[in-house]
Design a binder for this molecule. Structure first.
Ligand code: MN
Ligand code: MN
Length: 298
Protein backbone atom coordinates (compact mmCIF):
# COMPACT_ATOMS: atom_id res chain seq x y z
CA UNK A 1 0.00 0.00 0.00
CA UNK A 2 1.13 3.48 -0.88
CA UNK A 3 1.81 6.20 1.67
CA UNK A 4 -1.47 8.24 1.92
CA UNK A 5 0.24 11.56 1.21
CA UNK A 6 1.97 10.08 -1.84
CA UNK A 7 -1.36 8.65 -3.08
CA UNK A 8 -3.12 12.02 -2.65
CA UNK A 9 -0.33 13.84 -4.49
CA UNK A 10 -0.38 11.29 -7.30
CA UNK A 11 -4.19 11.65 -7.63
CA UNK A 12 -3.75 15.44 -7.68
CA UNK A 13 -1.16 15.36 -10.46
CA UNK A 14 -3.38 13.12 -12.61
CA UNK A 15 -6.41 15.36 -11.97
CA UNK A 16 -4.65 18.59 -12.96
CA UNK A 17 -3.09 16.98 -16.04
CA UNK A 18 -6.50 15.70 -17.26
CA UNK A 19 -8.25 19.00 -16.43
CA UNK A 20 -5.80 21.01 -18.53
CA UNK A 21 -5.91 18.48 -21.39
CA UNK A 22 -9.71 18.48 -21.65
CA UNK A 23 -9.98 22.29 -21.72
CA UNK A 24 -8.51 22.48 -25.23
CA UNK A 25 -11.05 19.89 -26.52
CA UNK A 26 -14.16 21.80 -25.45
CA UNK A 27 -15.98 23.73 -28.14
CA UNK A 28 -19.49 24.16 -29.56
CA UNK A 29 -20.70 20.93 -31.21
CA UNK A 30 -18.45 18.55 -29.24
CA UNK A 31 -20.37 15.59 -27.80
CA UNK A 32 -20.73 15.63 -24.01
CA UNK A 33 -20.20 11.86 -23.84
CA UNK A 34 -16.87 12.31 -25.66
CA UNK A 35 -15.73 14.77 -22.95
CA UNK A 36 -16.80 12.35 -20.18
CA UNK A 37 -15.11 9.36 -21.77
CA UNK A 38 -11.90 11.22 -22.64
CA UNK A 39 -11.58 12.44 -19.04
CA UNK A 40 -12.32 9.05 -17.47
CA UNK A 41 -10.10 7.22 -20.01
CA UNK A 42 -7.12 9.55 -19.45
CA UNK A 43 -7.48 9.17 -15.66
CA UNK A 44 -7.18 5.37 -16.05
CA UNK A 45 -4.31 5.63 -18.55
CA UNK A 46 -2.37 7.74 -16.04
CA UNK A 47 -2.80 5.12 -13.32
CA UNK A 48 -5.75 6.54 -11.37
CA UNK A 49 -9.43 5.69 -11.15
CA UNK A 50 -12.33 8.15 -11.51
CA UNK A 51 -13.45 9.08 -7.95
CA UNK A 52 -16.83 9.96 -9.51
CA UNK A 53 -18.17 10.25 -13.06
CA UNK A 54 -16.87 13.20 -15.09
CA UNK A 55 -19.49 15.96 -14.65
CA UNK A 56 -20.16 18.23 -17.63
CA UNK A 57 -22.57 20.95 -16.56
CA UNK A 58 -23.86 23.50 -19.06
CA UNK A 59 -25.05 27.06 -18.26
CA UNK A 60 -27.58 27.03 -15.37
CA UNK A 61 -26.83 23.38 -14.56
CA UNK A 62 -24.42 23.92 -11.66
CA UNK A 63 -23.53 20.30 -10.89
CA UNK A 64 -24.16 16.55 -11.20
CA UNK A 65 -24.74 15.84 -14.89
CA UNK A 66 -22.85 13.07 -16.63
CA UNK A 67 -23.77 11.48 -19.95
CA UNK A 68 -26.03 8.42 -20.05
CA UNK A 69 -25.03 5.70 -22.57
CA UNK A 70 -25.27 7.02 -26.17
CA UNK A 71 -25.91 10.59 -24.99
CA UNK A 72 -26.70 12.64 -28.14
CA UNK A 73 -26.17 15.97 -26.33
CA UNK A 74 -23.50 18.35 -27.63
CA UNK A 75 -21.91 21.55 -26.26
CA UNK A 76 -24.22 24.42 -27.31
CA UNK A 77 -22.93 27.59 -29.03
CA UNK A 78 -22.16 30.39 -26.57
CA UNK A 79 -22.48 28.20 -23.48
CA UNK A 80 -20.66 28.09 -20.17
CA UNK A 81 -19.19 24.59 -19.79
CA UNK A 82 -18.06 23.29 -16.40
CA UNK A 83 -15.99 20.11 -16.22
CA UNK A 84 -15.70 18.64 -12.72
CA UNK A 85 -13.50 15.57 -12.33
CA UNK A 86 -12.30 13.37 -9.50
CA UNK A 87 -9.37 10.97 -9.35
CA UNK A 88 -8.59 8.39 -6.71
CA UNK A 89 -5.44 6.41 -6.08
CA UNK A 90 -6.12 3.59 -3.63
CA UNK A 91 -9.15 5.56 -2.39
CA UNK A 92 -7.27 8.84 -1.86
CA UNK A 93 -9.16 11.54 -3.75
CA UNK A 94 -8.36 14.68 -5.74
CA UNK A 95 -11.36 16.76 -6.89
CA UNK A 96 -10.97 19.64 -9.35
CA UNK A 97 -13.07 21.65 -11.78
CA UNK A 98 -12.71 24.25 -14.52
CA UNK A 99 -15.04 26.35 -16.66
CA UNK A 100 -14.72 26.96 -20.39
CA UNK A 101 -16.60 30.08 -21.52
CA UNK A 102 -17.89 30.21 -25.11
CA UNK A 103 -19.64 33.58 -24.64
CA UNK A 104 -17.46 36.60 -23.78
CA UNK A 105 -20.38 38.11 -21.81
CA UNK A 106 -19.95 35.44 -19.13
CA UNK A 107 -16.16 35.58 -18.89
CA UNK A 108 -16.66 37.72 -15.77
CA UNK A 109 -18.23 34.73 -13.99
CA UNK A 110 -15.23 32.52 -14.77
CA UNK A 111 -12.84 35.20 -13.52
CA UNK A 112 -14.92 35.70 -10.36
CA UNK A 113 -14.90 31.98 -9.52
CA UNK A 114 -11.16 31.66 -10.20
CA UNK A 115 -10.22 34.77 -8.26
CA UNK A 116 -12.41 33.77 -5.31
CA UNK A 117 -10.72 30.36 -5.29
CA UNK A 118 -7.24 31.93 -5.33
CA UNK A 119 -8.09 34.28 -2.47
CA UNK A 120 -9.63 31.47 -0.45
CA UNK A 121 -6.48 29.39 -0.93
CA UNK A 122 -4.27 32.28 0.20
CA UNK A 123 -6.29 32.52 3.43
CA UNK A 124 -6.18 28.81 4.35
CA UNK A 125 -4.01 27.51 7.19
CA UNK A 126 -4.63 25.42 10.32
CA UNK A 127 -7.00 27.19 12.72
CA UNK A 128 -8.92 29.29 10.17
CA UNK A 129 -12.69 29.04 10.48
CA UNK A 130 -14.58 27.72 7.47
CA UNK A 131 -17.00 30.68 7.76
CA UNK A 132 -14.06 33.10 7.36
CA UNK A 133 -13.14 31.44 4.06
CA UNK A 134 -16.77 31.76 2.95
CA UNK A 135 -16.64 35.48 3.66
CA UNK A 136 -13.48 35.86 1.58
CA UNK A 137 -15.10 33.98 -1.33
CA UNK A 138 -18.27 36.11 -1.22
CA UNK A 139 -16.33 39.39 -1.06
CA UNK A 140 -14.08 38.39 -3.98
CA UNK A 141 -17.16 37.54 -6.07
CA UNK A 142 -18.94 40.82 -5.28
CA UNK A 143 -15.83 42.84 -6.12
CA UNK A 144 -15.94 41.23 -9.58
CA UNK A 145 -19.64 41.97 -10.06
CA UNK A 146 -20.72 38.34 -9.51
CA UNK A 147 -22.53 36.47 -6.74
CA UNK A 148 -21.83 33.07 -5.15
CA UNK A 149 -24.24 30.12 -5.14
CA UNK A 150 -25.17 30.11 -1.45
CA UNK A 151 -26.18 26.47 -1.05
CA UNK A 152 -23.18 24.79 -2.68
CA UNK A 153 -20.01 24.28 -0.65
CA UNK A 154 -16.55 22.83 -0.65
CA UNK A 155 -16.01 19.76 1.50
CA UNK A 156 -13.55 17.73 3.50
CA UNK A 157 -12.59 14.41 1.88
CA UNK A 158 -11.49 11.09 3.33
CA UNK A 159 -10.48 7.73 1.90
CA UNK A 160 -13.24 6.57 -0.51
CA UNK A 161 -15.40 9.51 0.66
CA UNK A 162 -15.89 12.61 -1.48
CA UNK A 163 -18.00 14.31 1.20
CA UNK A 164 -16.59 13.52 4.63
CA UNK A 165 -18.61 15.93 6.76
CA UNK A 166 -17.23 19.43 7.21
CA UNK A 167 -18.07 22.02 4.56
CA UNK A 168 -16.35 25.16 3.30
CA UNK A 169 -19.18 27.55 2.42
CA UNK A 170 -19.11 30.15 -0.36
CA UNK A 171 -20.72 32.73 1.96
CA UNK A 172 -19.92 33.68 5.58
CA UNK A 173 -22.42 31.07 6.81
CA UNK A 174 -22.24 29.97 10.43
CA UNK A 175 -19.93 27.00 9.79
CA UNK A 176 -17.90 27.45 12.90
CA UNK A 177 -15.41 24.59 12.67
CA UNK A 178 -11.74 25.38 12.24
CA UNK A 179 -9.52 23.70 9.65
CA UNK A 180 -6.93 21.29 11.01
CA UNK A 181 -3.43 20.59 9.72
CA UNK A 182 -3.40 17.42 7.61
CA UNK A 183 -7.05 17.67 6.54
CA UNK A 184 -7.84 17.24 2.84
CA UNK A 185 -10.40 19.73 1.48
CA UNK A 186 -11.94 20.63 -1.86
CA UNK A 187 -12.71 24.35 -2.21
CA UNK A 188 -15.18 25.23 -4.95
CA UNK A 189 -16.68 28.67 -5.49
CA UNK A 190 -19.63 28.81 -7.92
CA UNK A 191 -20.28 32.23 -9.48
CA UNK A 192 -23.51 33.48 -11.00
CA UNK A 193 -24.98 36.86 -12.03
CA UNK A 194 -25.88 39.28 -9.21
CA UNK A 195 -29.55 39.34 -10.30
CA UNK A 196 -29.79 35.52 -10.08
CA UNK A 197 -31.49 33.75 -7.18
CA UNK A 198 -28.05 32.46 -6.14
CA UNK A 199 -29.40 29.07 -5.11
CA UNK A 200 -29.55 25.64 -6.69
CA UNK A 201 -32.62 23.40 -6.70
CA UNK A 202 -32.93 19.73 -7.59
CA UNK A 203 -33.52 18.96 -11.28
CA UNK A 204 -33.92 15.71 -13.23
CA UNK A 205 -31.61 12.73 -12.55
CA UNK A 206 -28.02 13.34 -13.67
CA UNK A 207 -27.14 9.66 -14.39
CA UNK A 208 -24.93 9.55 -11.27
CA UNK A 209 -25.58 7.03 -8.47
CA UNK A 210 -24.12 5.85 -5.18
CA UNK A 211 -24.58 2.63 -3.21
CA UNK A 212 -27.02 3.16 -0.34
CA UNK A 213 -28.00 -0.15 1.24
CA UNK A 214 -28.28 -3.84 0.57
CA UNK A 215 -31.81 -5.20 0.17
CA UNK A 216 -33.34 -8.47 -0.92
CA UNK A 217 -33.63 -8.49 -4.71
CA UNK A 218 -35.72 -10.73 -6.95
CA UNK A 219 -33.46 -10.80 -10.04
CA UNK A 220 -30.22 -12.82 -10.16
CA UNK A 221 -28.58 -10.21 -12.39
CA UNK A 222 -29.63 -7.41 -10.03
CA UNK A 223 -27.92 -9.25 -7.16
CA UNK A 224 -24.74 -9.74 -9.17
CA UNK A 225 -24.85 -6.12 -10.33
CA UNK A 226 -25.10 -4.87 -6.75
CA UNK A 227 -22.12 -7.02 -5.70
CA UNK A 228 -20.07 -5.60 -8.58
CA UNK A 229 -21.07 -2.02 -7.70
CA UNK A 230 -20.14 -2.50 -4.04
CA UNK A 231 -16.74 -4.03 -4.78
CA UNK A 232 -15.83 -1.66 -7.66
CA UNK A 233 -17.11 1.72 -6.46
CA UNK A 234 -17.51 1.18 -2.69
CA UNK A 235 -18.68 4.49 -1.18
CA UNK A 236 -17.89 6.55 -4.29
CA UNK A 237 -20.41 7.82 -6.87
CA UNK A 238 -20.51 6.05 -10.25
CA UNK A 239 -22.11 6.48 -13.68
CA UNK A 240 -24.91 4.37 -15.12
CA UNK A 241 -22.69 4.33 -18.25
CA UNK A 242 -20.07 2.29 -16.36
CA UNK A 243 -22.60 -0.28 -15.15
CA UNK A 244 -24.25 -0.56 -18.61
CA UNK A 245 -20.85 -1.39 -20.13
CA UNK A 246 -20.47 -4.39 -17.77
CA UNK A 247 -24.13 -5.46 -17.95
CA UNK A 248 -25.23 -4.61 -21.50
CA UNK A 249 -28.61 -5.00 -23.16
CA UNK A 250 -32.20 -4.82 -21.93
CA UNK A 251 -31.54 -7.44 -19.24
CA UNK A 252 -28.86 -5.23 -17.67
CA UNK A 253 -31.14 -2.22 -17.95
CA UNK A 254 -33.95 -4.06 -16.13
CA UNK A 255 -31.57 -5.12 -13.36
CA UNK A 256 -30.39 -1.55 -12.90
CA UNK A 257 -33.97 -0.26 -12.74
CA UNK A 258 -34.61 -2.81 -9.98
CA UNK A 259 -31.63 -1.52 -7.97
CA UNK A 260 -32.83 2.08 -8.26
CA UNK A 261 -36.51 1.39 -7.56
CA UNK A 262 -35.69 -0.81 -4.55
CA UNK A 263 -33.51 2.05 -3.24
CA UNK A 264 -30.31 0.05 -3.05
CA UNK A 265 -28.87 3.00 -4.98
CA UNK A 266 -29.32 6.74 -4.57
CA UNK A 267 -29.77 8.75 -7.77
CA UNK A 268 -28.22 12.24 -7.68
CA UNK A 269 -30.41 14.95 -9.16
CA UNK A 270 -28.84 17.63 -11.34
CA UNK A 271 -28.46 20.87 -9.41
CA UNK A 272 -29.96 23.80 -11.31
CA UNK A 273 -29.65 27.53 -10.62
CA UNK A 274 -33.20 28.39 -9.50
CA UNK A 275 -33.58 31.43 -11.80
CA UNK A 276 -31.87 29.62 -14.72
CA UNK A 277 -28.91 32.03 -14.81
CA UNK A 278 -25.48 30.73 -15.96
CA UNK A 279 -23.03 29.42 -13.37
CA UNK A 280 -19.22 29.20 -13.45
CA UNK A 281 -17.12 27.03 -11.14
CA UNK A 282 -13.48 26.71 -10.11
CA UNK A 283 -12.21 23.99 -7.77
CA UNK A 284 -8.97 22.76 -6.24
CA UNK A 285 -8.15 20.13 -3.62
CA UNK A 286 -5.64 20.95 -0.90
CA UNK A 287 -4.04 19.71 2.28
CA UNK A 288 -4.15 22.13 5.21
CA UNK A 289 -0.77 22.83 6.84
CA UNK A 290 0.19 24.80 9.97
CA UNK A 291 1.09 27.93 8.02
CA UNK A 292 -0.82 27.54 4.77
CA UNK A 293 -1.87 24.72 2.47
CA UNK A 294 -0.54 22.47 -0.27
CA UNK A 295 -2.73 22.66 -3.39
CA UNK A 296 -2.57 19.16 -4.84
CA UNK A 297 -4.43 19.91 -8.09
CA UNK A 298 -2.46 23.04 -9.07
MN1 MN B 1 -15.68 18.64 -7.99
MN1 MN C 1 -16.01 18.96 -4.87
Amino acid sequence: MMDPLEAIRRAGRIASNVRERIRSRIDAGVRIIQICEDVEGWIRELGGQPAFPCNVDIDHVAAHYTSPPQDPMTVPEGSLVKVDLGVHVEGYIADTATTVCLDPRYEVLVEAAEEALEEAIRSIRAGVRASEIGGIIERAMKRRGAAPIRNLTGHRMARYLVHAGEAIPNIPAPHLHRLRAGDLYAVEPFATLPEASGEVVDGPPGNIYIFKKKKSLSGEMAREMLRTIQSEYRTLPFAYRWVARRFPGPEGERAFVELVSSRCLYSYPQLLERSCRPVAQAEHSLIVTEDGCEVITA
